[in-house]
Structure formats: C-alpha cells, structure tokens
Design a protein around this ligand. Structure first.
Ligand SMILES: Nc1ncnc2c1ncn2[C@@H]1O[C@H](COP(=O)(O)OP(=O)(O)O)[C@@H](O)[C@H]1O
Ligand SMILES: [Mg+2]
Length: 269
C-alpha cells in the first residue's frame, strides 16, 4: 500500500469496541423558536455515572430526554442529529419508543408512583412488555428489582399496600425499582433527589453508586456536590451548549473552560 492522507483512506466499517453506551452527534433541539440544545456531541460510557450540571434552563433535562425520546411527547419539540445506543440509531423509524424506554429507563424529579400497590408498580413494566412467563417469574422480577433499589427489606411484608403510602425517599426508590424492572441498560435520572430530605438523598446517592455496576447511569443535578459525590464523568452545559465534558475530578479541580470554572466557583448560575 502507498501512503495516502487519512481522510482519503477507504471508509471501512469497523465494529465499535469501546465502552461507549450512547453516542450523540450534532444534536440540536428546538422548542418552536427556542434553540434549547446546540450541536451537542458526547459519548456516554457503560457502567459509569455521568452527571449533567449547569445553570437552570441550560438544557440539561432537554438533552436527557433526547436519550430515550421523551421529547417525542412534547408537540413543539424538534430534535435533530444522531443518537446511537450500542451503535443503533434510536430515532430510526423502525425503533418503537416504548421498547426504547424499557431499555433506557427514566426516574423523575418528583417521585411519581402509580396509584397501585408496591408490587404492581414494579410489575407494571414487565407485564406490559411480556417479560414474565408466569406468576413465579413476575414475583422474582419484583423482588430482584426491589432489592436493586435497596427497598426490599422495608417493603417485603407489605407488597400489596399502595406505593403512594411510602415516604418520599421510599417512593423514589420504588420508582427506581420500577425503572429497573424492565431490565434496562441505561437509567436516566432528572434531579432524582431534589424532593428528598438529606437522609433519603444519601440513600439514593448510595444506590446510584450500586446501580453503576449494572447500568449506565445519567443523572441531571443542580447540586455540584452531588455530581462530585456520585459521578465519574461530568458534562457542564451552559446556554444550550455542552461546554465541557470529562472526568468528574478534572471538571471540578481543573476545568479547561473559563465558563466551567465560573460555574463551579459560583460566579455563574
Ligand atoms: N416543554 C417545553 N416547552 C417549551 N420550552 C421548553 C420546554 N422545556 C424546556 N424548554 C426550554 O428549553 C430550555 C432548556 O430547558 P431545560 O432543558 O428544562 O433546562 P434545565 O433542565 O437545564 O433547567 C429553556 O429555555 C426552557 O425554557
Ligand atoms: Mg431540568
């Protein structure tokens, strides 16, 4: 072979062998005339907690919702660019968003258990996706999910009590159990502790650290302390741009961009 500039080299399809779970390229989001996300590129690792930080209104939730197509449910929202989960375009016409959301689960700011029993909250997803062949299998999924959400011991004797009767922190762990029940690969969490007291927050943070063993976790947080405690990678958003992305330690101790530095030292936001 003779040398040739690499940009003229034949484009050979090589299998992706990195640990990247999600790849986003040139993602833009508009709500009508509002340009909420501007040309965002990011690679999200498997078995890692990635934190999205930045001032209110900078687009953290909007970008998070791109990752499981929750923006599809907002009429005026338009998303462009490429988002791949394990190399598959999640916005491709053949992808069913309901199936996608079973693989890319979501936990919201306010705990939102269904007005059903604890058991039925967790069993809901596996039932609609036909993931249990019989009652014994369903029982097993429910127990396993409640154990992964560090809630089993507290609720095992009252599985048929209403989920809404639990404390706020328990309700949020129930929502995590519900998200985990469909055997997702990615868990998206949008300020999951903001409605919780400090003790419940500490429990959920500890849980997030455990979930990292099995999932790729992406958490939006307005708390830099929380980002520093729970994440290995941090993305700083500002005015719809992804300003800086890197190892959490580097972002907080040695930010490369002056906007990141201003934010973490409290000068913006
Ligand atoms: N459903 C919506 N309809 C219209 N504009 C929205 C909607 N959701 C968010 N926005 C706008 O998009 C921008 C980013 O918002 P958001 O993603 O909620 O930011 P963050 O989560 O960082 O606080 C803001 O300007 C916000 O007003
Ligand atoms: Mg938000």
């Amino acid at each position: 072979m003779f040398d040739q500039p690499s940009n003229l080299a034949p484009q050979v399809e090589t299998p992706v062998t990195t640990d990247h779970k999600i790849t986003a390229e040139n993602v833009n989001v508009h709500y009508g005339d509002t340009h909420a996300i501007k040309d965002v590129n990011v690679k999200i690792d498997d078995k890692t907690v990635t934190a999205f930080i930045g001032p209110s209104g900078c687009g953290k939730s909007t970008f998070l919702r791109c990752l499981n197509r929750m923006n599809d449910t907002i009429d005026i929202c338009r998303v462009s660019g490429l988002i791949e989960l394990d190399g598959e375009d999640i916005n491709h016409a053949k992808v069913d968003p309901v199936q996608l959301r079973a693989k890319v689960g979501m936990v919201f700011q306010k705990p939102n258990p269904f007005p059903k029993s604890i058991f039925d909250n967790v069993a809901y997803g596996p039932r609609i996706h036909g993931q249990a062949a019989n009652k014994a299998e369903l029982d097993e999924i429910v127990e396993k999910s409640l154990r992964s959400a560090a809630l089993w011991k507290e609720v095992k004797d009252r599985l048929h009590a209403p989920g809404t009767g639990l404390s706020g922190g328990q309700q949020q762990r129930l929502c995590i159990a519900r998200a985990v029940a469909t055997a997702p690969e990615v868990l998206l969490m949008d300020e999951p502790c903001s409605a919780l007291d400090p003790i419940a927050t500490a429990q959920v943070e500890e849980l997030i650290d455990e979930l990292r063993e099995n999932f790729s976790v992406v958490i939006v947080t307005h708390s830099m302390q929380q980002a520093a405690r729970v994440s290995q990678k941090t993305a700083f958003f500002h005015l719809g741009e992804l300003v800086e992305f890197g190892e959490t330690g580097q972002i907080f101790t040695n930010p490369h961009d002056s906007r990141t530095e201003s934010y973490i030292t409290g000068r913006i936001g």
